[in-house]
Design a protein around this ligand. Sequence first.
Ligand SMILES: N[C@@H](CCC(=O)N[C@@H](CS)C(=O)NCC(=O)O)C(=O)O
Length: 298
Amino acid sequence: MFNEAGSRSFYDRFVHLSPIRPIPSTFNIQTVFLDTCIYFCIETEHLSLYQLVHYLISIRRTSRIVYLLSVLTDKNRYIMTIDFYYLPGSAPCRNVLLAAKAVGVELNLKYTDIMKGEHLTPEFIKINPQHTIPTLDDNGFAIWESRAIMTYLQQQYGKDDSLYPKDPKRRALVDQRLYFDMGTLYSSFYEYYSPIFFGDGKSDPAKFEKVNDAFKFLDIFIGNNDYSTGNNLTLADLALVSTVSTFEVMNYDLSPYKNVSRWFAKVKATAPGYEEANGKPVLAFKERVDSFIEKRNK
Ligand SMILES: N[C@@H](CCC(=O)N[C@@H](CS)C(=O)NCC(=O)O)C(=O)O
């Protein structure tokens, strides 16, 4: 009924389509074969689940049936590529990179250079009419706004709710910090610093006061806690750490904010994949800013 060797090449093509968790940890030719059969059952309906189970019983492969059930109950297994349009230096893009690491989901990174107008192509505008990065395309489901992407990834692929609690009050606190990050802290960064690197190099001191005010608030929110909403890491910390690290590379003095400084060190040390998702990419932001300033000063 089935040809194990013959199914290999088909599986190879299937693997090519499905980079998330294509190869099971118990990888061997039988698992590959079974995966192919399951693919036929689920995706093409050329083979009924009944036929497959019947076959496994007939060859007394109960362990394979257990495996089959584990595959069928794993909603992430057959997910195709999740395309992520981004630029490493961009703070909102780093929010998403951090969330993906913490959630444990792989993204198919699509470098999108907004300086070259790669976000203004008809193909990209079809995905995101607002033409902003970060943008995520999860097999035809397009979503943008970094914090919306973060909560989507967690809810769709997260193993538990610790990063974004289901409890309404705990979730409300995470949301409050996320909105604070977008509407107050990060916006104070952009308002004050963007004329410095995109404009004539000068900025309004009143806008610098807004930055300081935002940091004073953040210091109060954190208080004696390890993290911004309590004693465990949430999506709020990931968005905030991306923003605060952006201030840091602009040499903003964090030392007056003792709670922020302690929290910052803690999140850097405990956020999964911090260096890859934010530590190195934030330096790309710094390089970009420096090159702007250098060009202007020539
Ligand atoms: N609030 C948005 C901001 C997105 C945003 O403004 N991204 C910039 C790059 S950092 C962008 O795409 N600019 C190009 C444009 O708006 O056309 C988010 O958090 O995702």
